[in-house]
Design a protein around this ligand. Structure first.
Ligand code: ARG
Length: 472
């Protein structure tokens, strides 16, 4: 048992209590952020004359070494320490003696862990954004290649009207684009530094909180020290945004699973992204899409779990908050893994254009356009709807599609039909006449694709230079 406290205790901690309380098995994940936070803190202590410049320089140099050794794997973060904060301080004292004992001047583990968690989460927000951007690029590539690939659009999973693959998949572009906006939004709101909040009431040392905040890439310090140590809103917001990402991925996965089925055969998932059956030799299963759909529940679980943990906590820090970590780390790793795998699967998937087109042809997806044709020739819409309904019934009985009927057959149902009906209900006409912004018509789609291309090329980068400067 290696812990930072014990002066006021007369008994050793019970081993089970120690194990229950310790967090190093999971908070070692943010060792880097912990060490960087300490480097900034000590630099500030030196500048403020709270430590001598020489002491500060010595501690900073040793912290950098500890960081480098940990990254290289030559220094192991062993589980004998209570948490990552104790580990770093213990190593420093081991190496620097009394000078090492000055690291924690003017700081509490409460503001330290608040800082570490915030910096770790912030880094993951940026990485999630980058993965989303890669996925958007893959989607846009598919959109560009398939503005003329006809497929049925569905409502109630019933064939409705013809669309194009570019249009269908473009819906997901918009979803993941909003997910990126959410990442940016969370970043903007979370990027304030809790360091210097102390245990809860700040400190009597003349800390320069603006200085540490700037060194660590924050916009500035948090304005209330009690809020600084006990705010986990940004984690909840991130988990909420990740849940939405997963919901989008899960819907998309569900479609791919359907499209990949024998009945649809709209896509063929690449061998590298499929799995086989141990008993049925013919099987090629969409396991990746199924796992993404399945893992969605796990990420939702993390969100609900943390919301529930936080709901009854009085100000300021309480140990309950240690529970924010494992589930958040798991949710982040899960969502990032899903984003990367899904992107790989999508980039290699084969679209079976002929089957998509055939499916659109056979599903009366042009029935609305046939009704519109009658309307354009003076038939009131409600009557037109009834006529085309009878037409569809006739086709079902004959097992054919509207385009397959002879003009005589069409005229028998309504004399208004003329030879130009065939062109009016062709798949191409149905799609390409839909030219309002956001519709599947080729020209409308191309206008949107150009806008999305500009959107992907532009974009304000996240501020990451602080790290180079801090560690130089
Ligand atoms: N492991 C703790 C956590 O994750 C660090 C803060 C400990 N603070 C304390 N007052 N015991 O929240």
């Amino acid at each position: 048992m290696a812990q930072l406290w014990g002066g006021r205790f007369t008994k050793e901690t019970d081993q089970l209590v120690y194990n229950f309380n310790a967090s190093i098995s999971f908070d070692r994940k943010f060792y880097k952020q912990d060490m960087e936070g300490s480097i900034a803190h000590v630099k500030m202590l030196g500048k403020q004359g709270i430590l001598t410049e020489q002491e500060a320089a010595q501690i900073v140099a040793e912290l950098k070494k500890i960081l480098a050794e940990t990254e290289a794997g030559t220094l192991e973060i062993s589980l004998e320490y209570e948490d990552i904060h104790s580990f770093v301080e213990a190593k420093l004292i081991e190496r620097l003696g009394d000078t090492g004992k000055k690291l924690h001047t003017g700081r509490s583990r409460n503001d330290q862990v608040a800082l570490d968690m915030r910096m770790y989460t912030r880094m993951e927000v940026v990485q999630t954004d980058a993965l989303l951007k890669d996925l958007l690029q893959t989607i846009l590539n598919i959109m560009k290649a398939h503005t003329a690939t006809i497929m049925p659009g569905f409502t109630h999973l019933q064939k409705a009207q013809p669309v194009t693959l570019a249009h269908h998949i473009g819906a997901y572009f918009e979803m993941f684009k909003r997910d990126r906006l959410r990442m940016r939004d969370i970043y903007e709101r979370m990027n304030y530094c809790p360091l210097g909040s102390g245990a809860l009431a700040g400190t009597t040392y003349p800390l320069d909180r603006e200085y540490t905040a700037k060194m660590l890439g924050f916009y500035g310090p948090c304005y209330n020290s009690m809020d600084g140590v006990s705010d986990r809103d940004y984690v909840i917001e991130f988990l909420s945004a990740l849940s939405t990402v997963m919901m989008h991925l899960s819907r998309f996965s569900e479609e791919i699973i359907i499209w990949n089925s024998n009945e649809y055969q709209f896509v063929e998932i690449d061998d590298a992204y499929s799995t086989g059956s141990s008993i049925m030799p013919q099987k090629k299963n969409p396991d990746i899409a199924e796992l993404v759909r399945g893992k969605t529940g796990r990420v939702y679980g993390a969100l609900i779990s943390l919301l529930t943990t936080m709901k009854g906590i009085p100000l300021a820090y309480n140990k309950d908050m240690q529970e924010d970590k494992e589930l958040t780390f798991d949710a982040i790793d899960t969502a990032k893994g899903c984003l990367a795998l899904f992107q790989g699967m999508l980039a290699t998937i084969q679209f079976r254009e002929e089957n998509m087109r055939k499916s659109a042809m056979l599903g009366f997806t042009n029935a609305t356009d046939a009704a519109d044709y009658l309307v354009n020739h003076g038939v009131p819409f409600r009557d037109a709807h009834g006529i085309v309904g009878r037409l569809v019934l006739y086709c079902i009985e004959k097992n054919s599609s509207i385009d397959d009927l002879s003009l005589e057959e069409l005229k028998a149902i309504s004399p208004v039909f003329e030879a130009d009906i065939y062109d009016a209900v062709s798949m191409e006409t149905c799609v390409n006449k839909r030219l309002t912004t956001g519709a599947p018509g080729k020209e409308a789609m191309e206008r949107v694709i150009a806008l999305e291309e500009t959107y992907l090329a532009e974009g304000k980068p996240f501020e990451e230079d602080w790290e180079k400067e801090l560690l130089s």
